[in-house]
Every structure is written in C-alpha cells, then in structure tokens.
Design a protein around this ligand. Structure first.
Ligand code: FE2
Length: 669
C-alpha cells in the first residue's frame, strides 16, 4: 500500500465554510483511487472558513502521474450550503507536492474535476484522460456561458440577467457586493437621499459647497476651486477622467471655421496657421454626439451638443482652450465662442463641452472600451481556455467580477429605469446609438497605448501624465506577459497549433469586434510576438485603462458644474445673452445633481476585497518560472508606484490614477 496526503483548504471570506460532506478521488495515469470522505466527524473537522483539513488516501500502488482530482460535495441533512474551496494539495508517495487550484464556489451537491497547477498547451497534455478532461471542461463551460446580443452593433455579452451566476462562474462574488451596487445606497451614504426628488434649480453655485460637506477630498476641493478656469479645463483633456479624445490639429476641420482674427492675441505673436504648423494646436471633436436627441429627465427635455474645441499648448506647456463651437454645422446660430467673449458666454460654452464629455467618457471610453471589451475577453477565456492552459492562469485574475459588474450595470444603470437612463442627458434611443457609433470606431491600435498616443500626435505634449505613467505601466505588463508567453510558447509553430488559443482569438474577433477586419484585430495568431502584444492589451485594458477612466469619476464629477450629467436648456444661439441665472437654469436641477453624484460615487467605489494590479492571492501557477515572473512583475509595479509618488510631490495637482497601487487587476466596479 502507498499513501497520498490530501489537504483541502477552505476560503477565508465570509460564508466560505460549509456543512456539506466533502469527498476526494485521485486519478493518475495508471489507476484511480477510491473516493474518500474528508473527515467531518467532529466539530473541529468542519469546513470552516479559512480552515485546512488533511486526510490520508491509501492505494494499492502508485497511481502514476496525477491527471486530475475529483472533488464532490454532498448536502448534510439536505442543507443547501455553498462552499468556497481555495485549493487542494496532494503529497504523493514519490514525495512530490501537487497543487490543484480550485478557487470557486461549489453547490451543496456538486462534483468538480480539478487539474494540477502545472500549465500545459493542448498538444502537450497528451494523456487521453487529460485530453478528455480538457475537452469536457470546455464543453461544460460553453453550455453554461453563451454569447448573447445586447443591442445590434455592440459587442456581444454574457447570457445571464442576474449577477448571481452559477457557482462555476461566480468566483468569490457575493450578494453583499450586489447589494452595495445601487445608487440608492450611495445616496444614503452621501446623506443626500432627501434631495433625490427635488426638481428645483440651485440658487447659486455656492449652494453646491454645502452638499459636499461630509464627502469632499483634496481632489474635489481642487476641482471646486479651479473648475471654471481655462487652464484646468484644458488640463482635464490630458489628465482628467477622459484623456483619450484630444488630438493634435494639423488642419482645421472645415466645419470649424476659426479665423485668425478670432484668436488674435491668444497665441502670443504667432498666427493660428503658424502654430498649427508648429504642432501647438489641438482639437477635441465630439462628433459622435451629432444629431443625438437629449433624454427626458423627470418629464423635462434635456439637451445634448456635439462640440468642437480648439486648444493651444502655450510656451509654458499649458493647454488652453481658444475656441468652442457647440454644434457640428457652422452658421450664425452656432457661434464660435472665445475666451474674449463675455465671461458667462464663455463659461456656459465650456459647461456644454463638459456635459458632452460626460456622455462620451461614460459610454465610449468607460463602458464600451473597458467594461464591455473586458467582458468579451472574460467570456472568450472561460469558453476556450481550460484551466491547465497558461493563458487561462494568466488572464483569469484580470476577469474577476467583470461579468457580474456588467450585468449589474445593465440592470441598474442603463436599463429602462436605471440610474443613468433616468438622470443623464444621454438616454432613450440615443444611448445605444452612441454605443453603436463608438463600437464602429473601435480599432486595435486605439487600444494599444503607444499607437494610440502616436495616432493622436501626442508623443511630446508636455505634462501628459496619463501617457507617461500609462507607457511605463504598459511596458511592465508587456515584460511580464512576454516572460510567461515565451516560457510556454517556444516557437511560432506552438502558437499556430494551439487550437484552444486560436478559438479564443476567433471568438474575440467575431463577438467582440463583430468580425470586422477593418478594426485591425487579428482573427488568428501566427507569431509569439503577435500573441504577446494582444495579451498585453487585454490586461492593460482591464486594469490600467479602466483605472484611468473609472477611478476619478467622483473626484472630477463630485463637483457637478465640472461634469454635469445633463443640461436643461438648449445651447445659446447668440452671444451676450447669458447670465449666471441662465447657467443655473441650464445646469441639472437639485435631484438630478444628487442622483448623478450617487452614480459617480458608486462607480468610483473601492470594495474591501479588491485586488491591486499584480496581486494574485490565488495560486494558479506553481512552476518556478511563472512564479519568478510574478515576483518580478510585483517588484516593477512597486518601483513604478514609488516613481509616480515622487513625481507627484512636484505637482500642484497630482496624477494618481495609473499608480499601480491604485489600479485593480480587473474591471470590478
Ligand atoms: Fe468601471
């Protein structure tokens, strides 16, 4: 007889323990063991949260190389009691320690087959039992998780309507998280629920200071003090909530007829033509909002505009707005507003730009380009890569909670009665239309930071911290991905013959990018370097890019005039008519303001169990090379955090969103 020592570890989060019986069975290349009950004869043997239980499993002879471990739970007295199992380790009679990662919930009567942590590609995992296990795992997942259409022209989504997914897909997501994902709960936290239905206008901007009494922070205070200044308005295009729209202007758009006369004196001694040629003029064009009708909020029509903004980067490196046109079609009723206009004309024009920014930032750059794409990556990973696949191990931490959070967003924010739908200037038919337009403009290169920056001509714009920190972070992620991928794929041929990988990218191409070759997204992989770049983009999108466009929502939007969710009056058609009263009548009413604040506060929330980038509490890899690469990755990230912290000490307004310690592993909020 020989013996195997089996240690079962229960998760340590609340409710991880179970009253159920637990059984294990080992399958080796040569034989399989009997199924054995893991003791629970006495109270101390129960599967309490954070506990480890060990049994000895005896067999006639060695089972050979271990292929899988079967784990079965059985209800005790019919009690329906979920169990979160972390992992199981097995000491073999040969003296090897084999890790079987689990990290998922099991129902009270459920069987799962766990593979050893050692990663393998499909053509390396040659044992017929292993092949069969690999296949049946994917078949099971493909039945469970299917592509579904949210709206035509948008990336496909998961087929579930409730965020409480089947155990196999739920990971450690809890009901508690679901509960806190409501704007109503946030309103109570903000102590503003009493104002939610108030349809009155703010009597003065000063009134807004009052509602922030308990919930302000240094960033919000900075925004309060500077929101109406041109310098801060320009700064936000580079380092605000949406650093993605600004581009160098090499030629004035034909529908934006800014003249030399209009900007005279704003460019020092220079002409506009010369400064365009010098590369110092920039453009933000919200054309994707053109023709979209504003939402109706509390029975009142709201107004959307599709502005064009011209900016000048002055010799001191400040990005300053020099002209704003609120609609795409030039004409006498669509004046070009200038800093030299009466103060309130100019301020109101900037407010309309900031409101356009809300729609474009939330729906295109936040929802579509991080949340919905990460859902596509998560689904393709679950459906095509079995647990022994190295890319499953690499990517799964970067998909945590994404399916659930997107389901919650669809149910509670952008559904017919969702908090955004009923409170934001964008809603009704315009919301999916904007998403469709955004999807049709998606390209692979726009998702790859360096190419995106180069396409927008922003390589040498000063004080662009999103770019500076983002490039460093991209390079760190790239180095880590390169290490892992090159360890498992030692030639391009390996990439080409990995049928699981090829199915993965094909599903992403078809369901995420709607089979459009024009996006530049590959349909298949041919080389190791193609694969490294794509996987880097997937992790960067889910972690860094999401942090850049997500984490500052309350910082920049908590002070409503800087980020109005809706505007109640149409844009001005002539100059010289706007007063402070016009501005207060245009800005959201009191109820819309506090509901908007609640949504932004909810979306910027950090949950207690968040995992910062590079922290992998789940042991999915156990081989020396990937473990060393993870340690190097963590060290690189710490060094970047230190570097950014030092840089920020020199800044009046620090840029913190891409400091690795503030970036989560996945789109989880
Ligand atoms: Fe988000």
């Amino acid at each position: 007889m020989v013996s195997y020592t089996v240690m079962v570890q229960t998760g340590s989060r609340p409710f991880s323990g179970t009253t159920s019986y637990v059984y294990v069975q080992l399958r080796g290349a040569d034989a399989e063991s009997q199924e054995e009950k893991v003791h629970r004869r006495f109270l101390s043997f129960g599967f309490f949260k954070g506990s480890e239980r060990t049994i000895t499993l005896e067999t006639e002879s060695s089972l050979g190389e271990l292929i899988y471990l079967k784990l079965r739970s059985k209800a005790f007295l019919g009690l329906d009691n979920q169990w979160f199992c972390n992992k199981i380790t097995v000491k073999t009679p040969e003296g090897a320690d084999i890790l079987f990662p689990c990290y998922r919930w099991l129902g009270s009567d459920e069987t799962v087959v766990l593979r050893p942590a050692k990663a393998s590609l499909v053509f390396q995992d040659t044992n017929p039992i292993a092949q069969k296990t690999r296949l049946s795992q994917l078949e099971g997942r493909q039945k469970l998780i299917r592509w579904s259409v949210y709206a035509e022209g948008l990336p496909r989504i998961v087929n579930y309507k409730s965020a409480l997914l089947p155990e196999e897909l739920s990971f450690s997501f809890s009901k508690e998280t679901e509960f806190s994902y409501t704007a109503g709960v946030q309103l109570i936290y903000l102590k503003l629920n009493g104002l939610a239905d108030n349809r009155g206008s703010w009597e003065s901007i000063d009134q807004l200071y009052m509602i922030l009494c308990d919930i302000t922070n240094e960033t919000i205070e900075y925004v309060e003090d500077h929101w109406d200044e041109d310098e801060f308005f320009g700064y936000q295009f580079l380092n605000g909530l949406n650093p993605m729209l600004i581009q160098r202007c090499s030629k004035l758009p034909e529908n934006f007829p800014v003249t030399e006369e209009m900007v005279k004196g704003l460019l020092g001694e220079h002409t506009l033509e010369a400064e365009i040629a010098n590369g110092n003029v920039f453009l933000c064009d919200y054309k994707m909002l053109d023709g979209l009708v504003g939402n109706v909020v509390a029975g009142r029509q709201q107004y959307l505009t599709a502005p064009l903004v011209l900016l000048y980067c002055n010799p001191q490196g400040k990005m300053l707005p020099i002209a704003i046109q609120l609609g795409q079609t030039p004409g006498p009723e669509n004046p070009i507003f200038l800093p030299s206009d009466p103060k309130y004309d100019w301020l109101l024009a900037k407010i309309f730009v900031r409101a356009a920014e809300f729609s474009v930032q939330e729906l295109d750059f936040h929802l579509l380009r991080t949340h919905l794409l990460s859902e596509v990556f998560a689904m393709a990973t679950l459906r095509n890569l079995p647990s022994p696949h190295p890319l499953f191990k690499l990517l799964i931490p970067h998909t945590r909670y994404t399916l659930q959070i997107n389901i919650l967003a669809r149910n509670k924010l952008i559904s017919d009665d969702g908090s955004i739908t009923v409170n934001a200037g964008i809603g009704g038919e315009s919301l999916p239309k904007l998403l469709q337009r955004a999807t049709s403009s998606l390209t692979y290169s726009s998702l790859c930071l360096a190419e995106n920056i180069s396409e927008r001509g922003l390589e040498d714009v000063p004080n662009y911290y999103y770019r500076d920190d983002g490039k460093k972070l991209w390079n760190i992620i790239h180095k880590y991905v390169e290490g892992v991928v090159q360890h498992y794929y030692t030639s391009d041929e390996h990439v080409q013959k990995d049928t699981e990988l090829q199915s993965w990218i094909r599903e992403i191409f078809t369901n995420g990018f709607l089979g459009r070759s024009s996006t530049g997204v590959p349909e298949s992989f041919h080389t190791v370097s193609d694969l490294i770049k794509f996987v880097t983009m997937v992790i960067f999108t889910a972690s860094a890019q999401h942090a850049a466009v997500n984490n500052g929502q309350f910082d920049f939007g908590g002070w409503m005039p800087n980020h109005p969710t809706a505007l109640r009056k149409p844009p001005p058609k002539e100059k010289g008519q706007t007063t402070m009263s016009t501005i207060l009548e245009t800005l959201p009413d009191i109820g819309t303001t506090v509901n908007g604040m609640a949504v932004l506060s909810l979306l910027s929330k950090t949950f207690s169990d968040q995992y910062p980038l590079g922290s992998f509490p789940e042991d999915l890899f156990d081989e020396e090379v990937p473990c060393k690469l993870i340690a190097d990755f963590q060290k690189d990230l710490r060094e970047l955090s230190d570097l950014i912290e030092k840089r920020n000490e020199t800044l009046e307004f620090p840029y913190t969103y891409l400091s690795p310690q503030n970036v989560e592993n996945s789109v989880a909020i």
